[in-house]
Ligand binder design. Structure first.
Ligand code: MSP
Length: 584
């Protein structure tokens, strides 16, 4: 009995309850790679290890990226969003498994390799390594990087497809239709006509193609898929994508071919050498092969990782929401596996109002991204991507001018300035030692400045926003605290208090409240800017425990030594290519 069967029996009846967590813990998970995780301070690592035991399993994924493409801003963006989500959930005390990787099979890879006179595997190795390097250099804290050419993946895909055949969810049939060669996707007559028989992606003519194929009985799941989307508004977000899917489901579902005979570079159909498994079926299954669901129940990976299924959230852009919110749940239903809790399909980065494409040559490619990263720093770029990115239904324009504006206003003039002013005053007036906000056993307060209440409401706001993947709002909630600290300093004038010996207790409390509020803001910003917040951790301290504990008022202990911090240096802007503006 394969594991998926065993798993399915154990979970019988829960496939549609995607909001409920239906997986029991099966074995203890070895500590993951926190020790080597970039952007994680020693103190933060201790915190993570401490909170991980007995925590709720959480599974966050990015798409697996095609190796026939070069990494660009889109890949960095989705991975950064997923990373912020994973870091937030880890900080909240959940036991997170964060998966990314590369999609390596298919005609295009075979053809590109052919053009270069190399084996497809060599091309896949070369480009997969590039994606992996990008993940590392952008501090993406993945726990596993899966490749569809991994033996573990290929073996399980074959087992899972065999199971689909045994269940009669897959059958051999004859197919004729309109084929988009670039996308390796078939279209129905009506859809092809609507698109004027041209690929919506490349604009090239679709070709009429006929072949004997293995089919997946997608049509059988029509009703269940309709119910899934109708009853679970949170299954596919944002709602614009959900509405699109509902409209598409209303057109009726056809069975889909899941094998190809016109090329070899793929996973063979079980017991049929002529056919390779369609790259999308192969690719989608990465989410369960990485955690061993296609392997035997005795498998060590299964024992350690099966608790992570169903996925908490699959994150991607809108062009692949069909595969993730219709094909994927149907495959899981056929395998009798629980469905992911959420699929989030964000919009696109565009440039000067136009789609980024190879033909327009307007991609923010990796070299360009890296120039911005080197100039502003990694965390600043992560922050920019998070606050300006297309997380919802609307596309977002990448603009060098906005990078500079956001860097200067939010990071240099707001966060950096406030932290530097406050830490400088603590050093100047108290020799760098945090004072108490109490005097004679009572908190010293300032009229209209109820900091515990103020920060607690921003914390709530930020937590809810992170939970919904609304990174701009999470950042705004943290920024609000910092802006309030600035107003507080202007109003209370600690530099004036410092001149008056009788106001020592007031000055202590004022600076405590500034620093403690900034600490809480920095805890909230840590998933977005792990390195800069590690600097704050080293210079001031972010506190211990889970996110809930660390965002409570009073975490900063009197007597703590504080260093003067300058987090964000002022820099000049760059041009759209990421080069100095005055360079010739
Ligand atoms: N291999 C498939 C995914 C299989 S998942 C089971 C694939 N790969 S891809 O390399 O084309 O990556 C697509 C993903 O890259 C998008 O869904 C999105 O996450 C990211 N982006 C690519 N271009 C993008 C933009 N212009 N803007 C934002 N993100 C984009 O599709």
């Amino acid at each position: 009995m394969t594991t998926a069967v065993a798993f399915a029996r154990a979970r019988a009846g829960c496939a549609l309850r995607c909001a409920a967590r239906c997986v029991e813990t099966s074995g203890t998970r070895a500590p993951t790679s926190t020790a080597r995780r970039p952007g994680t301070s020693a103190r933060a690592r201790r915190r993570l290890v401490a909170v991980r035991s007995a925590a709720r399993p959480t599974f966050v994924t990015t798409p697996i990226y095609y190796v026939n493409d070069q990494p660009h801003i889109g890949h960095v963006y989705t991975s950064t969003v997923a990373d912020a989500c994973a870091r937030f959930r880890r900080a909240r005390g959940e036991d997170v498994f964060f998966l990314t990787g590369t999609d390596e099979h298919g005609l295009k890879v075979e053809q590109s390799a052919g053009k270069r006179g190399i084996e497809p595997q060599a091309l896949a190795d070369e480009n997969s390594a590039k994606f992996r390097d990008v993940m590392t250099s952008y501090d993406i804290s993945f726990d596993d990087f899966i490749r569809t050419t991994d033996a573990r993946h290929e073996r399980q895909v074959r087992a899972l497809v065999k199971l689909l055949q045994e269940r009669d969810a897959v059958y051999l049939g004859q197919f004729e239709g309109w084929y988009d060669e670039g996308q390796e996707e078939y279209y129905t007559e009506s859809k092809a006509k609507e698109l004027d028989y041209k690929s919506p992606i490349s604009g090239k003519d679709m070709v009429r193609s006929s072949e004997e194929n293995y089919y997946f009985r997608l049509s059988k799941f029509q009703k269940e898929l309709e119910a899934l989307h109708a009853n679970n508004p949170e299954f596919l977000t944002p709602s614009a994508r959900r509405n699109e899917m509902i409209a598409r489901l209303n057109e009726g579902l056809n069975d889909v071919p899941i094998s190809r005979t016109n090329f070899k570079w793929g996973i063979q159909m079980p017991e049929d050498e002529k056919h390779v498994i369609y790259v999308w079926i192969d690719a989608l299954m990465n989410y369960i092969t990485a955690i061993g669901l296609g392997d035997g129940k005795d498998d060590a990976v299964y024992a350690e990782r099966s608790k992570y299924w169903p996925a908490s959230v699959h994150i991607m852009a809108k062009e692949i929401s069909w595969f993730h919110s219709v094909i994927w749940p149907a495959l899981l239903m056929a395998l009798e596996l629980p469905l992911p809790q959420r699929v989030h399909a964000h919009a696109f980065w565009i440039r000067e109002g136009r789609k980024m494409s190879k033909s327009l040559g307007n991609f923010v490619d990796l070299a360009c991204m890296n120039r911005f990263k080197e100039h502003y720093g990694l965390d600043a770029m992560r922050y920019y991507l998070a606050v300006e990115g297309p997380i919802g239904a609307n596309d977002a324009n990448f603009s060098a001018e906005r990078v500079q504006e956001i860097y200067s206003s939010d990071l240099v003039n707001t966060l950096g300035n406030s932290v530097s002013r406050t830490t400088a005053m603590v050093n100047k007036y108290f020799g760098g030692e945090v004072q108490s906000e109490e005097s004679n056993g009572a908190r010293v307060t300032f009229e209209n400045w109820d900091w515990p209440a103020r920060t607690s409401s921003s914390v709530q706001d930020a937590m809810n926003a992170y939970d919904k993947l609304d990174l701009p709002r999470a950042a705004a909630a943290a920024k609000q605290i910092v802006m309030d600290v600035d107003i507080f300093i202007t109003e209370t004038e600690p530099f004036r208090m410092a001149k008056d010996e009788s106001k020592r207790a007031e000055l202590s409390a004022c600076l405590y409240q500034c620093l403690e509020s900034l600490r809480i803001a920095c805890v909230l910003l840590e998933p977005l800017m792990p390195n800069k917040m590690a600097e704050f951790d080293a210079g001031v301290g972010l506190g211990e425990g889970t996110l809930d504990e660390r965002t409570k008022w009073g975490g900063l202990k009197p007597g703590t030594k504080v260093q003067k911090l300058a987090l964000f240096p002022r820099v000049e802007g760059l041009n759209e290519n990421g080069e100095p503006i005055n360079s010739s």
